[in-house]
Design a protein around this ligand. Structure first.
Ligand code: NAP
Ligand code: GLV
Length: 328
């Protein structure tokens, strides 16, 4: 019997890469050139394979599923977010296809980055670094680069899953006045351990928060939900942080809310599109700090993600339960 064929669309971190390359039970098809695999090459290389290990740069839609063929058993993405995989297309064309993701292993790294981004945004690191480099650092001045502190502020989490709750655990140590969340289902355990409570309407949630942190999934419902209308409901001077997905935010509306109010500042680890165009007006705003999607980017976490993605794919091609499947 021939060995199962697995497509790997990137070179992984060293430990996990060597694990898949040296697995003698499978035959590996590897896109080893630098950068993301071009879509047409992806459609060509996925043809006839039994499993694919992909990144969030690879869009999985009807075209790709049809190009792959009916023998494809598993798509394993090296990410917890799977909005690059069209769930309607999978359900319609390949309801038997298994999808693997990398939950939990990246929660700590992404939560730490979110806290760092919040602090950097609230305490004006972007402007401070620019001034330190520019030679415009004048005498000590009592009103120089005054920011906002976290203690005593009301923090709202839009989406309160693994990462949202991990951020809340860390921010509890900063003594916020209260923590609230907005999410489709209640989280009684987190409410108990964090003293957080659930707001029932988005209007109330936004109006009650000095700091809004977005940690929800990107879905049809959340796409573009942060727009002129929702920013208009936020408190004057409030801080907006997004470490989930860029598609949740209308970036021109964010630009206007930062320029003319009510927002005080914003910190983004994710944008739409990615990479974010270097000439986008948001990058000119001193009160907007943008990072290039580095939430899970620590060696420990990227190794753990790649390792789980390899395990998901191997389980899928050998007909076993995936360690971390998506349940549709
Ligand atoms: P998770 O545990 O599944 O949490 C997702 C949360 O989104 C859940 O609380 C869910 O609510 C909520 N949600 C779904 N629909 C919503 C809606 N309409 N309104 C408000 N909330 C909604 O996932 P996670 O592991 O925390 O990851 C969350 C997201 O972070 C991922 O999907 C990914 O996009 C992003 N991420 C980014 C990075 C980065 O590098 N910046 C790293 C990892 C993940 P219910 O529980 O009530 O359904
Ligand atoms: C990163 O953004 C992920 O979804 O894992």
């Amino acid at each position: 019997m021939s060995k199962p064929r697995i497509l790997l669309t990137r070179t992984l971190t060293p430990r996990a890469h060597s694990r898949i390359v040296n697995d003698s039970r499978i035959s590996l098809v590897h896109w080893s050139e630098p950068g993301a695999i071009p879509p047409e090459k992806f459609r060509e290389m996925i043809k006839g394979v039994d499993g694919a290990i992909v990144l969030l740069t690879e869009k999985i839609n009807a075209d790709v599923l049809q190009a792959a063929g009916p023998q494809l058993k598993v798509i394993s993405t090296v990410s917890v977010g799977y909005d690059h995989i069209s769930v309607p297309d999978v359900k319609r064309l390949r309801p038997d296809l298994k999808i693997g993701i990398t939950p939990d292993v990246l929660t700590d790294a992404t939560a730490e980055l979110t806290v760092g981004l919040l602090l950097a945004t609230a305490r004006r690191f972007k402007e401070s670094l620019d001034i330190a480099k520019s030679g415009k650092w004048g005498d000590w001045n009592p009103q120089f680069l005054m920011g906002t502190q976290i203690s005593g502020k009301s923090i709202g989490f839009f989406g309160f899953g693994r990462i949202g709750q991990a951020v809340a655990h860390r921010l509890k140590g900063f003594s916020p006045s209260r923590m609230t969340y907005f999410s489709p289902s209640p989280k009684p355990d987190a409410e108990k351990s964090l003293g957080a409570f659930r707001e029932s309407s988005i209007e109330q949630f936004l109006g009650a928060s000095d700091i809004v942190i977005v940690t929800c999934k990107l879905t049809g419902e959340t796409r573009g939900i942060f727009n002129a209308k929702s920013f208009g409901l936020m408190r004057p001077g409030s801080i907006f942080i997004n470490t989930a997905r860029g598609g949740i935010v209308n970036h021109m509306d964010l630009f206007r809310a930062l320029e003319s109010g009510p927002l005080g500042s914003a910190g983004l680890d994710v944008t739409d599109p990615e990479p974010f165009p270097a000439d986008h007006p948001l990058l000119t705003r001193p009160n907007c700090l943008i990072l290039p999607h580095i939430g899970s980017a620590t060696l420990e976490t990227r190794e753990a993600m790649a390792d789980l993605a390899v395990s998901n794919c191997l389980a899928g091609v050998f007909g076993e339960e995936l360690p971390a499947p998506v349940h549709f």
